[in-house]
Design a protein around this ligand. Structure first.
Ligand code: ATP
Ligand code: ZN
Length: 302
């Protein structure tokens, strides 16, 4: 049995995660949720004074916006679409017969207008574009959403439905790169406060296919993505628990995000992987929260 399975098994045994029979799809106990809630309050403590506008979207987004985002060009392997039955009574009878004999009953399901949200910030860009030009002082937004990625795994830190808390900044190049740097500093400070050792490293997104290799290299060469890494299931390959992304003016140009002087807005986002952070805490400090170091409990529960 490998190390990953062992940690997942311990999480199931302790009840912190609840097995659903699907890799990467888990229930969470009240204790697990309490850790996430406490960590989110810590995020608020560090970021609250910046005055970000909070918004919460459901874990599904408008399919038209998803199509426009280009997600299927870069990450077709991760996307999840919502399909429904839209047939007649006869189609219904056929469907039930299919199910009865164990045939594929899903093949005639029709695409709905909803796809599963791949990253918390995706529904934001078209929403802000609709408002008109951004002030020269820019925009700052606070989002949190369950996100879907089709990457089944027995590594508990790689789930198919997980929560991402994000701050998204729009403005001039200087403004958004300063924003990203300040969160890299805060990220290190926050993790230190909860007793976790971290490193920050340049990273790339898992772009699909051979053409994707070039995109990934390009992203690295330009330092567009950094990750805050914490060892969870492997010391050799620590897990990305936060990411710091600079999109240059690519999202601004795609979504028509303009500043008052007519220039295209630059954007950056900072994402906290909430389950991964909770798992890092449980892995590092133990599965019993009451035995965590008092300094850590103090930082989380005051
Ligand atoms: P990885 O390289 O590990 O696949 P990523 O670079 O694709 O992660 P991002 O797209 O930057 O991740 O997502 C933002 C944050 O969401 C990550 O820093 C991570 O903490 C969290 N995250 C990403 N994928 C998962 C997942 N499958 N399960 C749990 N958390 C995740
Ligand atoms: Zn984002």
């Amino acid at each position: 049995m490998d190390v990953q399975t062992t940690f997942l098994d311990r999480l199931f045994q302790s009840g912190l995660l609840i097995d659903t029979g699907v890799d990467g799809l888990y229930g969470r106990s009240g204790q697990f949720e309490d850790v996430i809630a406490a960590f989110e309050r810590l995020i608020d403590k560090f970021g609250g004074a910046d005055g970000a506008e909070a918004m919460r979207f459901p874990p599904g987004m408008n399919r038209a916006f998803f199509e426009k985002s280009g997600y299927m060009k870069s990450f077709p392997q991760l996307a999840g679409t919502v399909h429904s039955f839209c047939g007649s009574e006869l189609d219904h009878i056929n469907l039930l017969q299919c199910m009865e004999v164990g045939d594929d009953w899903t093949k005639d399901q029709q695409a709905t207008d909803i796809v599963l949200t791949p990253a918390a910030c995706y529904p934001l860009y078209p929403t802000i574009a609709r408002r008109g030009k951004l002030p020269m002082s820019g925009g700052l937004f606070d989002l949190q959403s369950y996100c879907f990625r089709h990457e089944p795994s027995q590594d508990p830190a790689r789930q198919q439905l997980f929560r991402m808390r994000e701050y998204i900044c729009m403005g001039t190049e200087q403004h958004v790169t300063d924003f990203r740097q300040s969160w890299m500093d805060r990220g290190i400070e926050m993790m230190k406060a909860v007793g976790l050792d971290v490193t920050i490293d340049v990273a790339n997104d898992p772009f699909f296919g051979r053409a994707g290799k070039m995109l990934a290299n390009n992203q690295r060469d330009q330092n567009l993505k950094f990750e805050l890494l914490i060892p969870i299931t492997s010391v050799a390959k620590p897990t990305a628990c936060m990411s710091f992304n600079y999109h240059q003016d690519a999202f601004g140009a795609k979504w028509d995000l303009y500043l008052e002087d007519g220039s295209v807005a630059h954007t950056a986002c900072v994402g906290f992987g909430l389950e991964r952070i909770a798992l890092a805490l449980f892995h590092h400090h133990g599965l019993e929260v009451k035995h965590w170091p008092s300094k850590v409990r103090q930082a989380l529960w005051g």
